[in-house]
Design a protein around this ligand. Structure first.
Ligand code: ADP
Ligand code: ZN
Length: 795
């Protein structure tokens, strides 16, 4: 890990680009993008990553067909690429106008990207320094912008089915008798179609209702009916739903609803932060906001951190809005996703519910965007474009004059600061809807517990359950109540260590320890997925079988089986939810109370509303506390508060037991006291001096490559170059920190060094990032520069 720069090594950057001051046009920190209108040319956002926006001329045969937002095929090098027309004419900053090549073809009659989403895409491309083509690819359903051949033939088609449709109406009974005579089944079929509104699917008539082909053909020959093709939507969430039980809003909910109604009626692009404790009835309010927008002829978007984890939420939306809801679920087939998207675009569906990419839903006349659990890090995309759906939601609402509601029991500190400083409206719900209030939380000191517990389980390795947590689970099992056990670490043990020499097994491709998975009998890298057989002797000293440390969910599962053999147990983590709908199945079994104890990682901390859960046990709260990340305390507090919020949501009060070796840590004591405001003010204070968000704006610049010394050189050269840029332009309130190795300094065989930019103003940061964007690695250089603006983690 010797990364210190050796003397005498060249500091010239291996990343392409010119030093500041050399390039022409560099005196503009912000690039103008106003279009110069000129007939016969256009800018195309090419879909393949990092190709950027390129200019083409429009051949006479395609004039009139080219308009912003349509997909086109364009020649590039010796091949053909897919892209989307960004704008007509050329960008003003195009310094030269080479001989342009002709567009090959236009794939759409109407734009696949409407004007609003295109404008939003341009903002994202600019703010996050990402190519517009990559942004639009993230914004469209999968399949619309794939295929290097540029054929675009991977696009899912419209699905049709054959229906039997009445062609002629037989008004009187005598008419019917004359026509059908003794053909009773034909007459029955005629009347069935009539009752069904004039048409029905052939499959339905033959399979479900048992009409033979000859009966169907009879109607057709008589000219009474005809067989036609009809478009169908693939919607696995369609069909009947349970009705909602009627709810009378509490006075506190009424106040919030009234405030949101005022904000939502003005089309002013208002943003509200709703901080409501877990179980305070936020979802009911979201439904209300959306319903009002529908009544005004508007549509809505509802973002959830992970759609697979929220089947309950989908059910509640379907109960309220029926088939007007389009669920954008990653488990859907391409065709199903395309249909949901098309339903929104054509206005048949008016509410989109989905994960971060649903922020691009092509709804008509947007009225409201709601971001549920707005603090969740899954709203940040970890790959290009590295956008944060919460920020994009706020921007989209402002652009389209819609209301944006950010909701959470534990808002991100950025949102909290925005609300406290008056940039967002702050609305709060301090009480739970049910009578018991928030559950009491006790911190159980794992160090003390380990001593006072009788060694009943002498063979057991590490101590997993304190006596207190064991007893509490026993009580729930006796009473027939349910328990949630939480541990944010999967696998059996997080590392394998030689007892003799201390050697720890780590990944060949990444600088992380391998996790032991007992059932698979493998050591697994949780970053790159590579595996190795469990060792039978130490690689280093040859001593026999290593020891395993760092308890994971698989080990807890085994221990629960030993301690509570009669309990129904389900484990929910990445390893048990491989199949598309596994999450929903596990949660459904828990809801039906076939499972007494649900054990899982952060997957089970979010949003679940199960009234019979009266105990939440946190196996080890310290897991995320020591990560080398400025958000470690915030994440720990949020997770604990969220998971604690699963207890006591029904008629019976709940209890939360949190096992920890750091019972004095403020993230834990604040969570135990359900004191968000106290935690936030302490954490804000702690971040002031190092200048972390929300005090200053942050960007993480990661240089990576397979050759370690080239990575170090490039990181040093690039950070120096950035310092020089800041100096030369006399930019104020912006600092470069680093470079240094990333906390995980090797990932998938690439060495990683990074430096940070901290700025007082977003505009200054954006300007510098745009220059860095032009120096991004190009194919062949072997080095890559990642630009992560507003990072969620610095790993
Ligand atoms: P949150 O989203 O804030 O965690 P939910 O909206 O899920 O809270 O509400 C928690 C539970 O309370 C749900 O089961 C919901 O149906 C119920 N609930 C919400 N508001 C009311 C109300 N005004 N009267 C009765 N029950 C309510
Ligand atoms: Zn690895």
């Amino acid at each position: 890990m010797a990364k210190n720069k050796q003397p005498g090594r060249s500091v010239s950057s291996n990343l392409p680009g010119k030093p500041p001051g050399e390039a022409s046009g560099d005196d503009r920190i912000r690039t103008a993008t106003r279009a110069v209108s000129s007939a016969g040319v256009c800018e195309v956002a090419v879909a393949r990553t990092f190709l950027g926006t390129l200019a083409y001329s429009i051949p006479a045969s395609l004039v009139g067909a080219v308009t912003p937002g349509v997909r086109v095929r364009v020649p590039l090098g010796g091949g053909v690429e897919l892209g989307v027309v960004d704008r007509m004419g050329l960008r003003e900053d195009r310094t030269r106008r080479p001989r342009l090549r002709d567009l090959r073809a236009v794939l759409d009659k109407t734009p696949v990207v409407d004007a609003a989403v295109l404008e939003l895409g341009r903002w994202i491309a600019d703010y996050y320094v990402a190519p517009l083509g990559a942004v639009l690819k993230a914004a469209l359903p999968p399949g619309l912008l794939v295929g290097r051949s540029g054929r675009g033939d991977a696009s899912p088609g419209v699905r049709t089915e054959r229906v039997l449709k009445l062609a002629r109406e037989l008004k009187t009974l005598t008419e019917r008798e004359r026509l059908f005579g003794h053909a009773h089944r034909q007459r029955e079929l005629y009347e069935t179609l009539e009752a069904a509104g004039g048409q029905a699917a052939l499959r339905h008539l033959t399979k479900q209702l048992g009409f033979g082909r000859s009966v169907l053909n009879g109607l057709v020959t008589r000219g009474v009916a005809e067989i036609v093709e009809r478009e169908v939507e693939r919607d696995p969430f369609g069909g009947p739903v349970e009705p909602e039980r009627p709810i009378t809003l509490t006075p506190a909910q009424e106040r919030v609803v009234a405030a949101l109604e005022r904000l939502g009626a003005v089309d002013g692009g208002e943003v509200a932060l709703l901080r409501g404790v877990t179980g305070s009835g936020k979802t009911v309010i979201y439904l209300d906001v959306l319903e009002r927008q529908l009544a005004r002829g508007r549509s809505g978007i509802f973002l959830v951190p992970e759609i697979a984890l929220t089947p309950q939420m989908v059910r509640r939306f379907r109960a309220r809005f029926g088939d007007a809801v389009a669920v954008l679920h990653s488990g859907l087939s391409r065709g199903e996703r395309f249909d949901a998207w098309r339903g929104l675009r054509e206005g048949r569906k008016r509410i989109a519910i989905g994960p971060r990419s649903a922020v691009f839903a092509p709804v008509r006349r947007l009225g409201a965007i709601i971001v549920d659990e707005e603090h969740e890090s899954s709203y940040k995309q970890s790959d290009v474009p590295r956008y944060h759906a919460r920020s994009v939601a706020v921007m989209r609402a402002r652009m389209e004059g819609a209301l944006c509601v950010l909701g959470s029991a534990t808002p991100a500190l950025e949102s909290w600061a925005n609300a406290r400083e008056g940039r967002y409206h702050l609305l709060e719900l301090e009480e739970r809807v049910t009578g018991h209030g928030l559950p009491p939380v006790a911190l159980v000191d794992l160090r003390a517990a380990a001593e006072d517990e009788a060694p009943a389980d002498a063979d057991a390795g590490p101590r997993i359950f304190s006596r207190r947590l064991r007893d509490a689970i026993d009580v729930r099992l006796e009473r027939g109540e349910q328990t949630i056990l939480f541990l944010n670490r999967r696998g059996y043990a997080s590392f394998a260590e030689c007892a003799a020499c201390g050697h720890v097994w780590s990944c060949d491709a990444c600088s992380v320890t391998l996790t032991y998975h007992r059932r698979r009998r493998q050591l697994v890298c949780h970053h790159c997925g590579s595996t190795a057989p469990p060792p039978d002797r130490c690689d280093n000293c040859g001593a026999p079988t290593p020891g395993y440390a760092g308890v994971g969910t698989e080990q807890v599962e085994r221990r629960v089986g030993e301690l509570f053999p009669s309990a129904g147990l389900a484990r929910m983590d990445l390893d048990t939810t491989g199949s598309k709908w596994a999450h929903a199945e596990i949660l459904e079994a828990f809801r039906r109370r076939e499972v007494d104890i649900l054990l899982g990682t952060q997957m089970i901390a979010k949003g679940l509303d199960f009234p019979h859960v009266t105990l939440v046990g946190v196996i080890n709260a310290d897991v995320g506390l020591h990560l080398p990340d400025f958000r470690a305390s915030e994440r720990t507090f949020q997770l604990l508060e969220q998971v604690a919020g699963r207890a006591g949501r029904g008629d019976t009060p709940g209890e939360v037991l949190v096992q920890t070796s750091r019972p004095g840590h403020y993230a834990l004591t604040a969570a135990a006291a359900h004191d968000y405001v106290g935690f936030a003010s302490r954490e804000l204070g702690d971040r002031r001096e190092p200048g972390y968000p929300p005090h200053r704006r942050l960007a993480n610049l990661v240089v990576s490559g397979t050759d370690e010394s080239r990575v170090v050189d490039a990181a040093e050269a690039l950070s120096e170059w950035t310092r020089a840029l800041i100096r030369d332009r006399r930019l104020e309130g912006i600092d470069v920190i680093g470079p240094a190795p990333c906390p995980i300094d090797r990932l998938r065989k690439r060495w990683r060094w990074h430096f940070l930019l901290k700025a007082d103003r977003a505009g200054t940061l954006g300007g510098v990032l745009r220059f860095l964007g032009e120096r991004r690695g190009q194919p062949g250089s072997g080095l890559r520069l990642e630009i992560d603006r507003d990072p969620e983690a610095l790993l």
